[in-house]
Ligand binder design. Structure first.
Ligand SMILES: Nc1ncnc2c1ncn2[C@@H]1O[C@H](COP(=O)(O)OP(=O)(O)O)[C@@H](O)[C@H]1O
Ligand SMILES: Nc1ccn([C@@H]2O[C@H](COP(=O)(O)OP(=O)(O)O)[C@@H](O)[C@H]2O)c(=O)n1
Ligand SMILES: [Mg+2]
Length: 240
């Protein structure tokens, strides 16, 4: 690495270190509904959605020197070298004023995971894992209609294989650290989002809801007992 590049890397590290963004990794097989649910989370919980796949596709479109390499990897369902993807993610995080990010479709293999941790020092708050059977994912991908070059049956099969061999171990890694929140993603969009919502609703809000009736009852009970005391006091002639 040249000195300019090394200096740039250091600058990014320290800036990201200062920014200390809150990150949730959104993982799951191709077609499990990551993008769909991220859009819902953004709308309700104020996160910024960063899809690694979208960033890579934008890089191809921008005519970057890596464009052809990225395009070939995506067509083959392979995982692009971490260096490329991490640079795009870092840039997107630094350019955005928000401090809460959903990182969708990353880390997709052990190399992605270890490199991101080493370069940015960011540890995810938790990992949202959309669990969905292959046959359902296949049906969704074939019906996605976004004109994606990788949504054809040959590439889809390759992507499933990469998911099982390379991405599931990343989920297992985070599971062993108690970071995985698994969601049944085979259900309809609205039902999946209900399960997602429960994970994002601030604990304080949940506590408030649980405490509200109790607090209410405590107040009512003490009002009743104090009025009973007053009544008894009147009866006893305490108040004149
Ligand atoms: N729960 C769901 N039930 C049925 N179809 C879904 C569901 N979630 C997403 N889809 C559809 O499946 C396709 C893939 O969803 P997407 O969010 O792009 O998945 P991913 O980002 O995980 O590949 C899209 O056409 C989307 O509209
Ligand atoms: N971390 C990542 C994410 C995506 N990709 C590439 O981008 C492709 C599409 O990723 P995506 O996240 O948009 O795909 P879906 O899971 O949303 O269908 C993957 O199959 C990989 O080829 C990658 O190389 N590295
Ligand atoms: Mg997606």
């Amino acid at each position: 690495m040249g000195t300019v590049e090394a200096a740039n890397k250091k600058a990014i590290e320290s800036t990201l270190g200062q920014k200390k963004p809150k990150v949730v990794f959104v993982l799951g097989g191709p077609g499990s509904g990551k993008g769909t649910q991220c859009a819902n989370i953004v709308e309700h919980f104020g996160y910024t959605h960063l899809s690694a796949g979208d960033l890579l596709r934008a890089e191809i479109k921008s005519g970057s020197e890596n464009g052809t390499m990225i395009q070939n990897m995506i067509k083959e369902g392979k995982i692009v070298p971490s260096e490329v993807t991490i640079k795009l993610l870092e840039k997107a995080i630094l350019e955005n004023e928000n401090d809460k990010f959903l990182i969708d479709g990353f880390p997709r293999n052990e190399e992605n995971r270890a490199a991101f941790e080493a370069v940015t020092g960011i540890v995810p708050e938790f990992v949202l894992f959309f669990d969905c059977p292959e046959e359902e994912m296949e049906k969704r991908l074939l019906g996605r209609n976004q004109g994606r070059e990788d949504d054809n049956i040959d590439t889809i099969r390759k992507r499933f294989k990469v998911f099982l061999e390379s991405s599931l171990p990343v989920i297992e890694h985070y599971n062993s650290k108690g970071k995985v929140r698994k969601i049944d993603a085979a259900k309809p969009v609205g039902e999946v989002f209900e399960a997602v919502k429960a994970l994002f609703t601030p604990v304080d809000d949940k506590k408030l809801w649980r405490l509200r009736p109790r607090g209410f009852y405590v107040t009512v009970t003490s009002l009743i007992s104090s009025s009973a005391e007053v009544l008894k006091g009147i009866e006893d002639g305490k108040f004149g």
